[in-house]
Design a protein around this ligand. Structure first.
Ligand code: ATP
Length: 247
């Protein structure tokens, strides 16, 4: 990769419950301003890799037991998720995780807890609405009564309220109709181009993810088995045979 790495994951091992070795030496780099896809089937270790970066393993009784994770050259394994948000790293979890009983706007505002000035929060909210006009029209709706696509947009919008430099996006396409998946990916591309947000996205929908990313890593059983420029992976015969039907 040509640009300087914003995130550098080197040889990490992750163990759950003290005994289950799930990541077996994963290395990957995410350049500043890039969109990098983490691909692979169910249980390959994509979510675990994202959790390791954003330090969300503890709640799952998991731990990084080997290797290193650096953000802009700084080791981050011992930082809290809140420290990471302050450094600009925000994770959007799989399954959306909107607060069902709050309105869309209230959900978005929960993402602004690190931002202090009211003016800044209001400006950020307006920015989120320019990227997600659907959320603006649904701002007073309770999240429980919005569609899956709107909830996914809400989860990404909430992450944007923290003004991140990097978003870790876990399976944004999960459970969504193809047209909505495309809409979500178009917004990701737009945020990357216009707001310079870097993305590391875990996806089972290989073809869609490769269309929108610059670089991809393919995982299998806790290891990276292949990596390359997205355009090259998309035309690679093995990738076509084993992964392009997925998602
Ligand atoms: P999916 O798309 O299904 O989420 P994934 O590639 O994101 O797949 P992970 O969720 O990282 O994969 O799971 C990797 C492996 O770790 C799987 O075998 C899974 O069963 C196991 N695993 C995940 N979370 C835990 C946990 N909290 N405790 C024990 N094992 C876990």
């Amino acid at each position: 990769m040509q640009a300087k790495a914003l995130l550098d994951v080197s040889g990490i091992e992750v163990i759950y419950n003290h005994v289950i070795l799930v990541l077996k030496g994963v290395s990957l780099q995410v350049p500043e301003g890039g969109i990098v896809a983490l691909l692979g089937g169910n249980g390959a270790g994509k979510t675990t890799t994202l959790r390791a970066v954003s330090n969300l393993l503890k709640g799952e009784r998991g731990a990084v037991t080997k290797g290193s994770i650096e953000l802009r050259g700084e080791r981050i394994e011992n930082l809290t998720p809140a420290d990471l948000v302050e450094r600009g790293v925000v994770q959007v979890m799989e399954g959306r995780h909107c607060f069902a009983h709050l309105t869309i706007e209230e959900n978005l505002l929960t993402g602004a807890y690190t931002r202090k000035s009211k003016g800044e929060v209001a400006a950020n909210l307006e920015k989120v609405y320019t990227y997600f006009p659907r959320l603006k029209t649904r701002r007073t709706s309770q999240a429980a009564y919005t569609s899956g696509g709107e909830q996914q947009m809400c989860a990404i919008g909430r992450a944007l309220m923290a003004n991140p430099s990097m978003v870790l996006l876990d399976e944004p396409s999960m459970g969504l109709a193809p047209q909505i998946v495309q809409e979500v990916f178009d917004i990701v591309k737009d945020l990357n181009a216009r707001e310079k947000v870097t993305f590391l996205l875990a996806e089972q929908n290989t073809s869609m993810a490769l269309k929108y990313s610059d670089y991809g890593y393919i995982m299998e059983s806790g290891r990276v088995v292949m990596d390359g420029q997205a355009a090259e992976l998309a035309t690679n015969e093995d990738v076509k045979e084993f992964y392009l039907g997925m998602g």
